[in-house]
Design a protein around this ligand. Structure first.
Ligand SMILES: [Zn+2]
Ligand SMILES: [Zn+2]
Length: 146
């Protein structure tokens, strides 16, 4: 198969979450081009997943790892957000959490943590605190909601 990035005919081809000019949401890529692109996780050796609405991508295994680490946080994101955000912004998060907790059977804290960490990796921010500040300083739930 032909790599749509470098044009080389290779056996091992993978789909990268790069929007293709013909409208497809993914592009066929050889391993070499994948590794050179920012849409491939070198640590886990898998393509990133893409998101609706923009061109950002993130590795879903990296997200899970950081979520597991983050569950050890001493301060609860649910507590922080329900305390500091204006009530209509917290209500948006609350309603979204209700739905997503029902879908995943994960705790509200874990689902909220995943939302913050997904945003962190999509922004390529070094720490979840960057996203927490963005939400708190902006008084808006929008950065972390789909
Ligand atoms: Zn290639
Ligand atoms: Zn990864």
């Amino acid at each position: 198969m032909l790599c749509e990035i470098c044009g080389t005919d290779v056996e091992g081809i993978m789909l990268l979450p790069i929007k293709h000019p013909d409208g497809r949401l993914e592009t066929l890529s050889c391993l070499l081009c994948a590794k050179k692109s920012k849409n491939y996780c070198l640590k886990h050796e898998i393509p990133h997943v893409g998101f609706v609405g923009d061109d950002t991508t993130a590795c879903h295994v990296c997200i899970n790892e950081l979520v597991m680490e983050g569950l050890g946080r001493s301060d609860s994101l649910v507590d922080i957000m329900s305390t500091v955000l204006p009530s209509q912004e917290w209500m948006k998060i609350h309603l979204w959490l209700k739905m997503i907790v029902g879908l995943t059977n994960d705790s509200a804290e874990k689902c909220l943590l995943r939302a913050f960490i997904t945003k962190q990796l999509r922004m390529k921010a070094g720490s979840i605190d960057v996203v927490i500040h963005m939400v708190v300083d902006g008084n808006s739930a929008d950065p972390i909601l789909p």
